[in-house]
Design a protein around this ligand. Sequence first.
Ligand SMILES: *[C@@H]1O[C@H](CO)[C@@H](O)[C@H](O)[C@H]1NC(C)=O
Ligand SMILES: *[C@@H]1O[C@H](CO)[C@@H](O)[C@H](O)[C@H]1NC(C)=O
Ligand SMILES: *[C@@H]1O[C@H](CO)[C@@H](O)[C@H](O)[C@H]1NC(C)=O
Ligand SMILES: *[C@@H]1O[C@H](CO)[C@@H](O)[C@H](O)[C@H]1NC(C)=O
Length: 430
Amino acid sequence: MAAFRRSSLTDVTDCRLLFLILTSLSLILFFSASTLSDIPFSTLAPLQSFIIGTAFQHPLDSNYLPSIRDSSEGIPPEAKRKIQLQKSKMAVCLVGGARRFEVTGPSIMEKILKEYPNADLFLHSPVDENTFKLSYLKNAPKIAAVRIFEPKPIPETESQLRVLTAKNSPNGIQGLLKYFQLVEGCLTMIQTYQQLNNFTYDWVVRTRVDGYWNTPLRPDSFLSGQYVVPSGSSYGGLNDRFGVGDLNTSTVALSRLGLIPYLDAAGFRELNSETAFKAQLTTMGVPLVTMRLPFCIVTERQYEFPPGRFGVPVAAMSSRGPLSGTKCRPCRVACEGECVERVMGWLEKGWSWTNWENGTMGLCNASGEWEMEWEKVYEEMVGEEMGDLSWKIQKMKMSECVEGFNEMKRRSGIWDSPNGENICKLGFRN
Ligand SMILES: *[C@@H]1O[C@H](CO)[C@@H](O)[C@H](O)[C@H]1NC(C)=O
Ligand SMILES: *[C@@H]1O[C@H](CO)[C@@H](O)[C@H](O)[C@H]1NC(C)=O
Ligand SMILES: *[C@@H]1O[C@H](CO)[C@@H](O)[C@H](O)[C@H]1NC(C)=O
Ligand SMILES: *[C@@H]1O[C@H](CO)[C@@H](O)[C@H](O)[C@H]1NC(C)=O
């Protein structure tokens, strides 16, 4: 395994040269944009969005934006929407344990955080021997709050015991409560940060540390007054592996513990995570939209293959997708084409089923451990550059870890976590 491979010097020089050329080209085009207004915009549109895309990333250029936008009805609506979103107040909640963050982290960075560089990161994660990997997030464009905590048992209330069921939850009701607490804790962090800084967010993106994104989160996933969740994997309720909405809808969606007494009063019983999620949104009258979204949840757990009717399909991370939060791992595809049709056709539609049509999904035989060659499979999928990034995260030194967390702490508004030294120690015991 060629870990820590570096791009050759010539590659770097080429890149810089290309960058220079593109920058000067975009400046020329930028200043002539107004005089080009006679030319039909359909031919200019792709260029314009490129120019605006680059201009926007430079803070000094933002003054020029309004004049460009006003004179440019030809910008594709999606690009326009993205510019609006990039100017909005956005929070990204990232919750969960760091287990395989070396394979998910770089994708979250590229496909969400750098896609919306205005977004404030809120990280909420229980500390363990893998938490050192999160120090990679020092590279996030903006960091608002970090809460890394020692997991403790959560007291179970009577209403929680009435409303929730331990069925199908690997760690019983405690498992559900811990997940709910992770999610709701992120809302609390957002509220605290808003109060401290006297503003409110327009958008909240709720996503997971174990999510692997193969294409960017698109602007059409942001719908005012509605809550957007992935389709499929609904387990009798609503897929709760990701969500995006404005502050109002997100406040309902993220109040996973706080709303349980209301569900109790409304007579709900024996809910799993997904049915509880659906109940809390419908009870509070939040309009829902499901859409296919380009991520999967990377899991090390083993699942029967082929899955039974209520079993769990595990997709190959290399699937074209969108996988809408299906469980996945890096594997050589064990089942594709007609095999996928057979397997997915057998699954219960309202349970673990998800969209698989048109070759968007390949399946793994996940009945054993990750295959020995998974790093090779992964690198073939993401390319050398991102592969190298992963191995760097996995193999970082204690000192890099500590420096990473120190920098994160320096950059974040709220740091409610052990110091870097104590977090890193857990990952470097031997
Ligand atoms: C918070 O912002 C509002 C309006 O944006 C302003 O009226 C108010 O004075 C601010 N409060 C503080 C404490 O800065
Ligand atoms: C959010 O809810 C408040 C109170 O219910 C309402 O006044 C406000 O208009 C809502 N905002 C949006 C963007 O829907
Ligand atoms: C699959 O492709 C066909 C033909 O291109 C299209 O009509 C159909 O809507 C697609 N199905 C899905 C689920 O995308
Ligand atoms: C799945 O993999 C296991 C080994 O991990 C093997 O024993 C089994 O036969 C495989 N199942 C199928 C259907 O290929």
